[in-house]
Design a protein around this ligand. Sequence first.
Ligand code: TEU
Ligand code: CA
Length: 570
Amino acid sequence: SPAPAWWKNAVVYQIYPRSFADSNADGIGDLQGIIERLDYLAQLGVDVLWLSPIYPSPHDDNGYDISDYQDVDPLFGTLDDFDRLLAAVHDRGMKLIMDLVVNHTSDEHAWFTASRDGGPQGAKRDWYIWRPPRAGHEPGTPGAEPNNWESWFSGPAWTYDAASGEYYLHTFSRKQPDLNWENPEVRHAVHAMMRWWLRRGVDGFRMDVINLISKDPELPDGQVAEGSRYGDGRPYYVCGPRIHEHLAEMHREVFAGHPRPLLAVGEMPGVSIEQARLFTDPARRELDMVFTFEHVGLDQGAGGKFDIRLLKLTDLKASLGRWQTGLAETGWNSLYLNNHDQPRAVSRFGDDSPAHRDRSAKLLATVLHLHHGTPYVYQGEELGMANAPFTAIDDFRDIESVNHHREQTALGVAEDEILAGLRRRSRDNSRTPMQWDATEHGGFTAGTPWIAVNPDHATVNAKAQLADPDSVFHHYRRLIALRRTEPAITAGDFQLLHPDHEQLYAFTRRDPHSGTELLVLANFSGESVTAAVPAGWENTEVLIANVPATAPLRTRHPLAPWEARVHRRR
Ligand code: TEU
Ligand code: CA
């Protein structure tokens, strides 16, 4: 019989170790730093910690380029530190999941160096995706790549190895060669590595771009968009031909029959609702839930993530609503508004100006946590941390931002214009260090941080918020606690109200067992809005709100700027 779905009632907290807490003053967060902050996380009340990669890595992509799957990078500590961390997490009744990055390795992983240096006939050649140059082109020159795919971090998705005269595929940076999942040896090695971590005691995995692992073996050219030099390979590797087979095999080889309750969540850019339902249908035994991307793509134009478009609330509601309905009967949603790849939620979906910041951060939390699914909190979100005030390209660290800047500069785009996009969308916005207190560098490090701490840590920090019962932190804590006592939050049906309203986000949840109903009303604007309240909700009890106690709910109820309230009736 399938393991009980404990994770339906859980809240997951994502730690980006590099930016969480630095215990030895080298400017980089580490495992000992996390250990020292576990009581903070226990107080917040989260159930599961997800660690972004801590493995040995050249850090071309901050650890998403792994050179050894079965060790800890000395930057972060040792395997002993990891064991102590895991024990301390378990002592507090929490679980810990690892980031599993197996679409690609680092080019410094022993698997890749063997694959490259062994040449075309070498034993590990086929562990990666090697192809000869395009016929009729001078190898190593533009256009000689085996196909026209673009890397997600700008430039071609292929790098030439002059020694063997062939190219290897890298969906991301040239230091992140893609593994060849067609090769059963690769799959077995990955499964064995996963079992090794489970034996060590971890409680599951967050699987990086796991829906990209199966490529169409023909590797056909992709369509070239107007004005682009490269083709779009995604139709040939997003949810590719063998993806379900690979995940079902992984489930059998790694998860099935495991004595402890585990969590498997797949990160899946470009996944459709129909595909997500297949991945998370418990009967198919693939994954527990997936991260989808539709809602974080609504405010970008055709030019990609740095092409900023105004978000319409109606689009956001329609998108999240479709996913709620689409996975209502079969499958399960993961709920997130930001992570280490996305700008800060309060700056993107709320209003980070002093007048509205706290309240809009609490509104976003309320709306997200009241949806049907498992909420994810990204470090600092529970403080309402905002985007960084980057002024020049030197302020940025992320390979995606730096490459984008280089590429756009070469194309003649004005510096101001490039920076405007980066300021809004750079992944570094969410990677500035945790703001623990008002001291220098926000209490993150006694040294020099690898990326500047947001100067607003003077007012926005954990210490101040722990002391203030009305803080964003305590609002998150109350929301998380409510999940334990109100079954309608985990189990209730979702019904969107007022889909065409551009300021009001409203929905109900109804628990089929107890009949308890919740009504969520949220004003996504800096002006007051009058909400038409559905019949029978007048004078019902307030379960949680982000404004001080207000007048009882009326048929036409005025909501203050960024007000969010949840009512209950039984
Ligand atoms: O991200 C893949 C992904 O889909 C992204 O959110 C991507 O980083 C972004 O869209 C680029 O614009 C995962 C990791 O979360 C990310 O940090 C890694 O850089 C990437 O995979 C490669 O491992
Ligand atoms: Ca450190």
